[in-house]
Design a protein around this ligand. Structure first.
Ligand SMILES: C[S@@+](CC[C@H](N)C(=O)[O-])C[C@H]1O[C@@H](n2cnc3c(N)ncnc32)[C@H](O)[C@@H]1O
Length: 270
Protein backbone atom coordinates (compact mmCIF):
# COMPACT_ATOMS: atom_id res chain seq x y z
CA UNK A 1 0.00 0.00 0.00
CA UNK A 2 1.32 3.47 -0.84
CA UNK A 3 1.54 6.39 1.58
CA UNK A 4 -1.18 8.11 -0.43
CA UNK A 5 -3.57 5.16 -0.08
CA UNK A 6 -2.75 5.04 3.65
CA UNK A 7 -3.67 8.69 4.03
CA UNK A 8 -7.02 8.18 2.29
CA UNK A 9 -7.71 5.26 4.60
CA UNK A 10 -7.04 7.35 7.70
CA UNK A 11 -8.80 10.61 6.81
CA UNK A 12 -12.62 10.51 6.61
CA UNK A 13 -13.83 12.72 3.76
CA UNK A 14 -17.19 13.23 5.46
CA UNK A 15 -15.48 15.17 8.26
CA UNK A 16 -14.67 17.89 5.71
CA UNK A 17 -17.89 18.07 3.69
CA UNK A 18 -20.25 20.79 4.95
CA UNK A 19 -23.87 19.97 5.78
CA UNK A 20 -25.00 22.03 2.80
CA UNK A 21 -23.53 21.06 -0.57
CA UNK A 22 -24.66 21.89 -4.11
CA UNK A 23 -26.02 19.65 -6.86
CA UNK A 24 -26.91 20.49 -10.45
CA UNK A 25 -30.50 20.34 -11.62
CA UNK A 26 -31.27 19.23 -15.19
CA UNK A 27 -31.30 22.88 -16.29
CA UNK A 28 -27.69 23.26 -15.11
CA UNK A 29 -28.53 25.45 -12.14
CA UNK A 30 -26.90 24.44 -8.83
CA UNK A 31 -29.22 24.09 -5.82
CA UNK A 32 -28.45 23.23 -2.19
CA UNK A 33 -28.60 19.66 -0.90
CA UNK A 34 -29.02 19.82 2.87
CA UNK A 35 -27.78 16.89 4.93
CA UNK A 36 -30.70 17.23 7.38
CA UNK A 37 -33.26 17.08 4.52
CA UNK A 38 -31.74 14.12 2.67
CA UNK A 39 -29.03 12.40 4.73
CA UNK A 40 -28.88 9.39 2.39
CA UNK A 41 -28.17 11.56 -0.67
CA UNK A 42 -25.55 13.52 1.27
CA UNK A 43 -23.84 10.30 2.46
CA UNK A 44 -23.96 8.80 -1.03
CA UNK A 45 -22.32 11.88 -2.50
CA UNK A 46 -19.53 11.75 0.09
CA UNK A 47 -18.98 8.05 -0.57
CA UNK A 48 -19.10 8.45 -4.36
CA UNK A 49 -15.60 9.87 -4.75
CA UNK A 50 -17.02 12.44 -7.16
CA UNK A 51 -16.30 16.14 -6.95
CA UNK A 52 -18.69 17.82 -4.47
CA UNK A 53 -19.53 21.49 -4.92
CA UNK A 54 -19.38 23.27 -1.57
CA UNK A 55 -19.78 26.88 -2.69
CA UNK A 56 -21.31 28.60 -5.72
CA UNK A 57 -20.91 32.11 -7.06
CA UNK A 58 -18.49 33.06 -4.25
CA UNK A 59 -21.14 32.41 -1.61
CA UNK A 60 -24.66 32.53 -3.12
CA UNK A 61 -27.32 31.18 -0.73
CA UNK A 62 -30.23 29.68 -2.72
CA UNK A 63 -29.05 28.78 -6.23
CA UNK A 64 -26.02 29.38 -8.35
CA UNK A 65 -24.27 29.20 -11.68
CA UNK A 66 -20.56 28.71 -11.08
CA UNK A 67 -18.92 26.31 -8.64
CA UNK A 68 -16.40 28.40 -6.71
CA UNK A 69 -15.28 25.79 -4.16
CA UNK A 70 -15.47 22.03 -4.01
CA UNK A 71 -14.01 18.88 -2.59
CA UNK A 72 -12.21 17.61 -5.68
CA UNK A 73 -12.88 14.18 -7.17
CA UNK A 74 -10.96 11.56 -5.23
CA UNK A 75 -9.30 10.09 -8.32
CA UNK A 76 -7.76 13.44 -9.30
CA UNK A 77 -6.67 14.09 -5.71
CA UNK A 78 -4.95 10.70 -5.80
CA UNK A 79 -3.21 11.50 -9.09
CA UNK A 80 -1.99 14.80 -7.68
CA UNK A 81 -0.76 13.41 -4.35
CA UNK A 82 1.10 10.64 -6.20
CA UNK A 83 2.63 13.12 -8.68
CA UNK A 84 3.94 15.23 -5.80
CA UNK A 85 6.09 12.28 -4.69
CA UNK A 86 5.76 13.29 -1.05
CA UNK A 87 7.79 12.04 1.90
CA UNK A 88 7.57 12.63 5.62
CA UNK A 89 9.13 15.93 6.66
CA UNK A 90 8.75 17.73 3.33
CA UNK A 91 7.43 21.29 3.54
CA UNK A 92 4.31 21.78 1.44
CA UNK A 93 2.35 24.86 0.42
CA UNK A 94 -1.20 24.22 -0.79
CA UNK A 95 -3.01 27.05 -2.61
CA UNK A 96 -6.79 26.57 -2.30
CA UNK A 97 -7.71 25.06 1.08
CA UNK A 98 -11.40 24.63 0.21
CA UNK A 99 -12.82 22.06 2.61
CA UNK A 100 -9.41 21.21 4.10
CA UNK A 101 -9.68 17.55 3.05
CA UNK A 102 -6.60 17.62 0.81
CA UNK A 103 -4.72 19.59 3.46
CA UNK A 104 -5.51 16.81 5.96
CA UNK A 105 -4.22 14.17 3.53
CA UNK A 106 -1.03 16.21 3.01
CA UNK A 107 -0.66 16.48 6.79
CA UNK A 108 -0.98 12.70 7.18
CA UNK A 109 1.87 12.20 4.70
CA UNK A 110 4.37 14.95 5.56
CA UNK A 111 3.31 15.97 9.08
CA UNK A 112 0.84 18.73 9.97
CA UNK A 113 3.63 21.07 11.08
CA UNK A 114 5.02 21.01 7.53
CA UNK A 115 1.85 22.07 5.69
CA UNK A 116 0.63 25.61 5.04
CA UNK A 117 -2.63 25.96 3.16
CA UNK A 118 -3.82 29.29 1.77
CA UNK A 119 -7.49 30.07 1.07
CA UNK A 120 -8.72 33.36 -0.36
CA UNK A 121 -12.29 33.10 0.96
CA UNK A 122 -12.41 33.93 4.70
CA UNK A 123 -15.59 31.90 5.37
CA UNK A 124 -14.19 28.79 3.70
CA UNK A 125 -10.86 29.21 5.48
CA UNK A 126 -12.64 29.38 8.84
CA UNK A 127 -14.72 26.28 8.08
CA UNK A 128 -11.61 24.37 7.01
CA UNK A 129 -9.76 25.39 10.18
CA UNK A 130 -12.63 23.97 12.25
CA UNK A 131 -12.76 20.69 10.28
CA UNK A 132 -8.99 20.27 10.48
CA UNK A 133 -8.96 20.97 14.20
CA UNK A 134 -11.80 18.52 14.90
CA UNK A 135 -10.10 15.80 12.84
CA UNK A 136 -6.81 16.28 14.72
CA UNK A 137 -4.88 18.04 11.94
CA UNK A 138 -3.41 21.22 13.34
CA UNK A 139 -1.73 22.73 10.30
CA UNK A 140 -1.76 26.40 9.39
CA UNK A 141 -4.60 27.69 7.23
CA UNK A 142 -3.88 31.21 6.06
CA UNK A 143 -6.59 33.50 4.68
CA UNK A 144 -4.92 35.26 1.75
CA UNK A 145 -4.56 35.37 -2.01
CA UNK A 146 -2.39 32.35 -2.70
CA UNK A 147 -1.09 34.01 -5.85
CA UNK A 148 1.62 35.48 -3.65
CA UNK A 149 2.40 32.10 -2.09
CA UNK A 150 3.19 32.34 1.61
CA UNK A 151 6.75 33.63 2.02
CA UNK A 152 6.76 33.26 5.81
CA UNK A 153 6.62 29.46 5.44
CA UNK A 154 9.22 29.18 2.66
CA UNK A 155 11.26 27.44 1.43
CA UNK A 156 8.93 24.62 0.35
CA UNK A 157 9.74 21.25 -1.13
CA UNK A 158 6.36 21.16 -2.87
CA UNK A 159 3.79 23.73 -3.95
CA UNK A 160 0.42 22.42 -5.05
CA UNK A 161 -2.44 24.51 -6.38
CA UNK A 162 -5.95 23.11 -6.23
CA UNK A 163 -7.39 25.87 -8.38
CA UNK A 164 -6.43 26.38 -12.02
CA UNK A 165 -3.86 28.88 -13.26
CA UNK A 166 -3.04 30.15 -16.71
CA UNK A 167 -0.05 32.03 -15.35
CA UNK A 168 2.22 30.47 -12.73
CA UNK A 169 2.99 33.18 -10.17
CA UNK A 170 6.78 33.47 -9.94
CA UNK A 171 6.36 33.67 -6.14
CA UNK A 172 5.58 29.94 -6.15
CA UNK A 173 8.88 29.22 -7.90
CA UNK A 174 10.87 31.62 -5.75
CA UNK A 175 9.49 30.02 -2.56
CA UNK A 176 10.44 26.46 -3.62
CA UNK A 177 13.85 24.87 -3.07
CA UNK A 178 15.92 23.87 -6.12
CA UNK A 179 14.84 20.33 -7.00
CA UNK A 180 11.40 20.96 -5.46
CA UNK A 181 8.16 20.44 -7.39
CA UNK A 182 5.21 22.60 -8.34
CA UNK A 183 1.94 20.97 -9.37
CA UNK A 184 -0.51 23.31 -11.07
CA UNK A 185 -3.84 22.47 -12.72
CA UNK A 186 -4.02 24.47 -15.93
CA UNK A 187 -6.85 26.69 -17.07
CA UNK A 188 -7.88 27.20 -20.69
CA UNK A 189 -5.04 28.10 -23.03
CA UNK A 190 -2.98 25.02 -23.76
CA UNK A 191 -5.05 21.86 -24.14
CA UNK A 192 -8.79 21.17 -23.74
CA UNK A 193 -8.02 18.67 -20.94
CA UNK A 194 -6.94 21.64 -18.79
CA UNK A 195 -4.10 19.32 -17.70
CA UNK A 196 -1.90 19.29 -14.63
CA UNK A 197 1.50 20.94 -15.05
CA UNK A 198 4.31 19.36 -13.04
CA UNK A 199 7.37 21.60 -12.81
CA UNK A 200 10.76 21.16 -11.17
CA UNK A 201 12.63 24.15 -9.77
CA UNK A 202 16.15 24.50 -11.17
CA UNK A 203 19.32 25.74 -9.47
CA UNK A 204 19.09 29.01 -11.43
CA UNK A 205 15.69 29.90 -9.91
CA UNK A 206 13.61 28.96 -12.96
CA UNK A 207 11.12 26.09 -13.17
CA UNK A 208 10.53 23.72 -16.08
CA UNK A 209 7.97 21.00 -16.60
CA UNK A 210 5.41 19.14 -18.63
CA UNK A 211 1.68 18.56 -18.66
CA UNK A 212 1.06 15.15 -17.18
CA UNK A 213 -2.63 14.28 -16.77
CA UNK A 214 -6.09 15.63 -17.52
CA UNK A 215 -7.82 17.67 -14.85
CA UNK A 216 -10.55 20.22 -14.49
CA UNK A 217 -10.32 22.77 -11.72
CA UNK A 218 -12.13 26.02 -11.05
CA UNK A 219 -9.85 28.98 -11.76
CA UNK A 220 -7.91 30.85 -9.14
CA UNK A 221 -9.62 34.07 -8.18
CA UNK A 222 -7.57 36.65 -10.02
CA UNK A 223 -7.15 34.34 -13.04
CA UNK A 224 -10.75 33.79 -14.13
CA UNK A 225 -11.29 34.08 -17.87
CA UNK A 226 -14.26 34.35 -20.21
CA UNK A 227 -15.91 31.63 -22.32
CA UNK A 228 -14.50 33.42 -25.38
CA UNK A 229 -10.92 32.87 -24.15
CA UNK A 230 -11.69 29.17 -23.64
CA UNK A 231 -13.16 28.86 -27.16
CA UNK A 232 -10.17 30.66 -28.72
CA UNK A 233 -7.76 28.36 -26.87
CA UNK A 234 -9.53 25.30 -28.23
CA UNK A 235 -9.46 26.68 -31.77
CA UNK A 236 -5.71 27.32 -31.44
CA UNK A 237 -5.17 23.73 -30.27
CA UNK A 238 -7.25 22.38 -33.18
CA UNK A 239 -5.31 24.52 -35.69
CA UNK A 240 -2.04 23.09 -34.27
CA UNK A 241 -3.27 19.58 -35.21
CA UNK A 242 -4.67 18.62 -31.77
CA UNK A 243 -1.31 17.71 -30.16
CA UNK A 244 -1.33 15.30 -27.23
CA UNK A 245 -1.05 17.05 -23.87
CA UNK A 246 2.29 15.31 -23.21
CA UNK A 247 3.89 17.32 -26.04
CA UNK A 248 3.39 20.60 -24.21
CA UNK A 249 5.80 21.99 -21.65
CA UNK A 250 6.28 25.13 -19.61
CA UNK A 251 9.20 27.25 -18.41
CA UNK A 252 8.80 29.89 -15.70
CA UNK A 253 11.36 32.53 -14.75
CA UNK A 254 11.31 35.83 -12.90
CA UNK A 255 10.72 37.43 -16.31
CA UNK A 256 7.50 35.46 -16.99
CA UNK A 257 6.38 32.10 -18.35
CA UNK A 258 6.63 30.37 -21.70
CA UNK A 259 4.42 27.47 -22.78
CA UNK A 260 5.96 25.41 -25.57
CA UNK A 261 5.25 22.52 -27.87
CA UNK A 262 7.86 19.73 -27.95
CA UNK A 263 10.79 21.96 -26.99
CA UNK A 264 11.40 25.27 -25.19
CA UNK A 265 12.61 26.55 -28.59
CA UNK A 266 9.07 26.35 -30.01
CA UNK A 267 6.87 28.53 -27.77
CA UNK A 268 3.16 28.75 -28.41
CA UNK A 269 1.43 32.10 -28.08
CA UNK A 270 -1.35 31.76 -25.50
C1 LIG B 1 -11.24 23.03 -5.86
S1 LIG B 1 -11.31 24.02 -4.44
C2 LIG B 1 -10.02 23.34 -3.43
C3 LIG B 1 -10.27 21.97 -2.90
C4 LIG B 1 -9.52 21.71 -1.63
N1 LIG B 1 -8.11 21.51 -1.83
C5 LIG B 1 -10.15 20.60 -0.83
O1 LIG B 1 -9.49 19.60 -0.54
O2 LIG B 1 -11.33 20.74 -0.48
C6 LIG B 1 -10.48 25.53 -4.93
C7 LIG B 1 -10.32 26.52 -3.79
O3 LIG B 1 -9.38 27.49 -4.18
C8 LIG B 1 -9.75 28.71 -3.58
N2 LIG B 1 -9.08 29.81 -4.29
C9 LIG B 1 -9.40 30.34 -5.48
N3 LIG B 1 -8.55 31.32 -5.80
C10 LIG B 1 -7.65 31.40 -4.79
C11 LIG B 1 -6.53 32.24 -4.55
N4 LIG B 1 -6.16 33.18 -5.43
N5 LIG B 1 -5.83 32.04 -3.41
C12 LIG B 1 -6.20 31.08 -2.51
N6 LIG B 1 -7.27 30.29 -2.68
C13 LIG B 1 -7.97 30.43 -3.81
C14 LIG B 1 -11.26 28.72 -3.73
O4 LIG B 1 -11.88 29.65 -2.86
C15 LIG B 1 -11.60 27.26 -3.45
O5 LIG B 1 -11.90 27.08 -2.09
Amino acid sequence: MTVVADAFRVVDRRAFIPDVVWVRRDDGCAVPLRRQDDPDAWEALCASGESITTQVDDGAAEKGTWSTSSSSAVHIMTTMLEALDLAAGMRVLEVGTGTGYNAALLAEIVGAENVVSVEIDPGLAEQARGSLRRSGHAEAVVTADGGSGYPAGAPYDRVVATAAATEVPYAWVAQTRPGGRLLVPWGPGVHPDNPLALLTVQDDGTAVGRFIAPAWFMPLRGQRCSARVTAEAEERWARAGRPDRSRYGISVSAGGQRVWLDSPDTPISP
